[in-house]
Write a protein that binds this ligand. Structure first.
Ligand code: ATP
Ligand code: MG
Length: 465
């Protein structure tokens, strides 16, 4: 197996996402399988990573133990094709949609949906890079990657694409200013400069990741109509990615009619595929440091969460980091379990941070019920009783049942609980019933971090349930 390339495409791992672009000069100089495909930004080869540097300070001494190349277990690392598992059909659909651009013609636009961690970003970036590397000699083909959670306004999108595709050949020295500033121009001037930059290319692929976070979908329409409106002669292919399944159906009708796409929906992985994905990254670790049960266990945890490869990758890396920190020579099952606990807690803490106290009280009520009642699913009325007892015990305002139901809906959307309708038989009517999707103990621990809930003892919780 050969190496892949790395960019920090993992905002949800608290790392910064970087934009990924290509200029017409450097585009043919690299070949995809051997490393950097020309991003020029934050790419790292394994050779670089394998070097050992002497550091005198014992606080930062080289840890030889666990990782041989930690980059490979970062979410943003783009592996080679032979490490991409179970995505051949999508790769082939995307590549045939982009095919004309390789010859300087017009590619099809592509819209990709699918749950988190199903390989949408990876596959899009991988195929786009290959397309640019494959582009025929006299074709000036470019590509750029945008994370719309970072560039969410129309001006940010336009200026970022322009900056990424700009280079010294396009840069206009007479203007004595960068051709594409971040701010400070009227919107139409931003567009004008973008069209000028694009005119230096025959074809450009623009990946708009997390596209549902755009403040307006107008920019999609402008980009999609650019050639037809004679704004630029460059053929633009947009790959728009979202984990909101309905996003593309709900676009503004004018945008929808301009932005006709090849639609793809990425399936979740099963536990075996996650195992294969992780085995493709085994050489991030030194030989023999992974105990046999580590990969199956990481895969099993992520299969519980719809086969999310992003979570699997994060857990794999975190378990290695924990073993490293503890000076262990091996990554073992226990490191995985403890890392999983920490990650679940972190996620839940992030979710609760900044939510109203009422949400925390609601979480507490379902955690108490899950711990102390025999039923897996708890109907709304029973939960509301427990919630009221909790709010009375700590002298907190109590919300009405309608608002309480809204909070349960929010918890369902955020995948804290699962809700289904139950029929209570003759005269009992139909009720919504809820099941906690996380370890109740974890939820109790985190809610109790809020001082307002500290006065509630575990024994009183049992009473409320
Ligand atoms: N088929 C695959 N083969 C190898 N690695 C994969 C595969 N699918 C995903 N991965 C790895 O799993 C991680 C998550 O994948 P990716 O970021 O592409 O998911 P995503 O669908 O874009 O998720 P999100 O919607 O959360 O952005 C990355 O580290 C990626 O390299
Ligand atoms: Mg993604």
């Amino acid at each position: 197996m050969s190496n892949g390339t790395s960019t920090s495409d993992e905002s949800r791992d608290q790392d910064s996402r970087v934009l990924d672009s290509q200029n017409p000069q450097s585009q043919k100089e690299t070949s995809e399988p051997e490393g950097d495909s020309g991003d020029g930004i934050k790419s790292q080869s394994r050779d670089e990573k394998d070097q050992e540097f002497e550091v005198d300070d014992p606080l930062f001494s080289q840890q030889k133990g666990i990782f041989r190349n930690k980059e490979m277990v970062r979410v943003g690392w783009v592996p080679d094709g032979d490490r991409i598992v179970g995505r051949d059909d999508y790769i082939s659909t995307i590549s045939s949609s982009l095919n004309d651009a390789v010859y300087g013609g017009a590619p099809n636009h592509i819209s990709i949906t699918g749950k988190t961690g199903t390989g949408k970003s990876l596959v899009s970036r991988y195929v786009t890079r290959r397309a640019v590397n494959a582009s025929v000699n006299n074709v000036r083909m470019g590509h750029t990657y945008l994370d719309c959670s970072k560039s969410s306004t129309e001006v940010q999108v336009v200026s970022t694409i322009g900056q990424q595709l700009n280079n010294e050949n396009i840069y206009d020295e007479n203007e004595d200013v960068v051709k594409m500033p971040d701010t400070g121009l009227p919107k139409d001037k931003f567009y004008k400069r973008l069209w000028e930059i694009l005119d230096h290319y025959d074809s450009v692929i623009i990946i708009l990741d997390e596209v549902d976070l755009l403040k307006t979908d107008h920019v999609l329409m402008s980009l999609a109509k650019a050639v037809e409106s004679n704004d630029t002669s460059c053929h633009i292919g947009i790959i728009a990615i979202s984990n909101q399944i309905n996003y593309f159906d709900e676009l503004n009708p004018r945008t929808k009619s301009a932005f006709q796409t090849v639609e793809l929906n990425f399936d979740p992985y099963n536990a075996n595929q996650i195992q294969d994905i992780l085995r493709g990254r085994e050489d991030a670790f030194y030989n023999g440091v992974l105990s046999d049960d580590v990969i199956p266990l990481v895969a099993a945890f992520s299969a519980q969460e719809h086969g999310d490869a992003r979570k699997a990758m994060r857990l794999f890396r975190t378990a290695g980091e924990l073993a490293n920190r503890e000076g262990s020579d091996l990554v073992e099952e226990d490191h995985v379990r403890r890392s999983q606990d920490t990650l679940v807690k972190d996620r839940f803490r992030d979710f609760l941070q900044g939510t109203p106290t009422q949400m925390k009280a609601t979480c507490l009520s379902i955690a108490a019920k899950s711990l102390y009642s025999r039923d897996d699913y708890i109907i709304t009325g029973e939960l509301y009783d427990a919630y009221q007892q909790i709010t009375h015990a700590i002298d907190m305002d109590t919300i009405g049942i309608r608002r309480f139901r809204d909070i349960l809906d929010e918890m369902q959307l955020s995948q804290v609980i699962e809700t289904r309708e139950v029929n209570m038989g003759k005269g009992g009517g139909r009720h919504n019933s809820h099941r906690l999707l996380h370890d109740p103990q974890v939820i109790l621990d985190i809610v109790m971090e809020d001082t307002r809930f500290r006065d509630i003892s575990k024994s009183s919780l049992k009473r409320f349930a």
